[in-house]
Design a protein around this ligand. Structure first.
Ligand code: GLN
Length: 535
């Protein structure tokens, strides 16, 4: 079979869930035995979202190969279990940078370099490159933004050209919104008609329309959309409200999204679809037997997308344990000695989040102390682990001024130090210690017990590290380093063995948690939270 290319565009409004639809379709095709990958094209000019404030764009997701990417790649991996890479996320900035570098290098041999064909060729190359790896039968490419945005024109133009050249190997799904006007008692199709017109004006006829709607689509609504948008009404797919995003693949199966896609792409619909594991997961998720409340202490809590992978990892772990994990978001900036009792009351687990910079840091350190002293299950991730080290240095080792040099560059007790290879770096973008690194676990550790192996690999995104000069002192006082990078000896995990569950990880376990394989550290943490509640 030749590689098939599927594009997902969006109209009417943002936040309709293009990423979830693209990921769900990938799941369905995978469940039919196909090899699938998802790609995201982002029309903004940043080279990648690594330099973006999470308030702007939510979490920055990190791939195995160390790409800092859009959070939709997290959905893709969580839904499909297929690792993504730098090639799976391309921005306008990356495209232009490459074209301009080629121009400076003289590669265009004197030609006038233009949006069409040079920019669009570069976009097409990035899409086709995934197919050309020979690893995938389907490449599903989501175009960020909304059709009609000025910045997404070159991407839609690239889709138009590919649709023309690939013929039956290409199809376009347009995700749109059908508002319900309560006063009229009606679902309204006009915004969809306009949005499809905008796409058609750019030369692209969608093959399938997926309609976000709060009410079921009637037959006549489907027919109307089909009539105005040039398609059979069975290509108009209902995407109704669900209680969890993980129900979307099942909904899309019931609506036959995958079947319509296969028909459009001239692929015989022969093989069975096996979603049994997925269904079992959704069943467990929707039928919990227990409940715990865990606190997520961070400084971006107004925007929950900022901690997307963490909250999803809790969903996966909770489902596995048949336990509803209620996440209480706690603003570290407003956490202090006076209100900590009240703010953390009733929690049976405390997670201190990753992050950068000074804002909210003392609140995070205070939350660690609370969890350590009261023996509440604790998981610190990246900056959260560094806070655990600082807290221990201050309150157990007695170094009152202990800190990370990120926050206090002149402290006399830099228990978290800048990594050696970071010291000469001045550029901010793409320069941290990024991506997957191996880690060796001490055999007598909690981490080893949880992972069930002494060799793991986890993803990183940081500049600072545990300062090994203090290692002996920490170990003597009861905080143990239990995970090390086998090549550099960097400390990757700290634990307090006298505490029932106290783990700080320099890496980000949340990036590797998926529906089918919940992350062991999250499962262990939720399990500990359940035990704490019982006791
Ligand atoms: N700011 C810290 C560092 O760069 C932690 C980073 C993070 O939490 N991802 O080391």
């Amino acid at each position: 079979m030749t590689t098939k290319y599927i594009f997902v565009t969006g109209g009417v409004t943002s936040s309709l869930g293009k990423g979830i639809i693209a990921a769900s379709l990938a799941r369905l095709l995978k469940a039919r035995g196909f090899k699938v990958t998802n790609q995201k094209l982002d029309p903004y000019i940043n080279i990648d979202p690594g330099t973006l404030n999470p308030y702007e764009h939510g979490e920055c997701y990190v791939t195995e190969d160390g790409a800092e990417t859009d959070l939709d790649l997290g959905h893709y991996e969580r839904f499909t279990g297929v690792p993504t890479s730098q090639a799976n996320n391309v921005t306008t900035g990356r495209i232009y940078k490459h074209v301009i570098e080629k121009e400076r290098h003289g590669d265009y041999l004197g030609a006038t370099v233009q949006v069409i064909p040079h920019i669009t060729n570069e976009i097409k190359d990035r899409i086709l490159a995934l197919g050309n790896t020979g690893k995938y039968e389907f490449v599903i490419t989501e175009i960020g933004g909304t059709v009609g945005d000025i910045e997404s024109y070159p991407f839609v133009e690239a889709v138009r050209q590919l649709k023309w050249s690939l013929g039956r190997d290409c199809c376009v799904i347009h995700l749109t919104y059908i508002p319900y006007l309560a006063a009229a008692g009606e679902l309204k199709t006009k915004p969809t008609q306009h949005s499809v017109k905008a796409l058609q004006q750019q030369g692209v006829q969608p093959d399938i329309i997926v309609c976000r709607t709060e009410k079921p689509l009637t037959r006549s609504v489907r027919e109307k959309i089909g009539l105005f948008c040039n398609m059979q009404s069975d290509c108009v797919i209902e995407d109704g409200d669900v209680t969890t995003i993980y129900e979307v693949p099942l909904k899309m199966r019931d609506e036959k999204l995958d079947v319509q896609v296969l028909r459009k792409l001239d692929v015989p619909v022969t093989n069975e679809i096996d979603l049994s594991k997925w269904e079992a997961f959704v069943y467990k998720l929707n039928n919990p037997e227990k409940e715990v409340s865990v606190g997520l202490v961070g400084k971006y809590v107004e925007l929950q997308d900022a901690y997307k992978s963490i909250s999803e990892a809790f969903v996966h772990a909770g489902a596995q344990l048949r336990c509803k994990v209620k996440v209480r978001y706690i603003h570290s900036e407003y956490l202090n000695e006076e209100n900590i009792e009240e703010k953390l009351a009733g929690l049976t687990g405390i997670l201190v989040a990753p992050g950068f910079g000074t804002r909210g840091i003392e609140g995070k350190i205070l939350a660690v102390r609370y969890a350590r002293e009261r023996k509440i299950p604790f998981l610190g991730i990246c900056l959260g682990m560094q806070c655990a080290v600082v807290e221990f240095a201050r309150n157990v080792l007695g170094y009152e001024d202990a800190h990370s040099v990120e926050i206090a560059p002149t402290t006399d007790h830099p228990v978290i130090n800048m990594m050696e290879e970071q010291k000469a770096i001045s550029n901010m973008g793409g320069t941290m210690r990024l991506g997957a690194y191996p880690c060796r676990l001490e055999k007598d550790s909690l981490a080893y017990k949880i992972y069930g192996t002494d060799e793991i690999s986890e993803r990183h995104r940081h500049r600072y590290e545990f300062n090994s000069q203090y290692l002996e002192e920490f170990q003597k006082a009861g905080m143990k380093a239990t995970g090390f990078n086998p090549n550099t000896n960097l400390v990757e995990i700290v634990e307090i063995p006298s505490h029932p569950f106290f783990i700080g990880a320099q890496f980000h376990p949340e990036y590797k948690s998926t529906v089918i394989h919940p992350h062991p550290l999250f499962v262990g943490f939720v399990d500990a939270a359940m035990k704490y509640k019982k006791s």
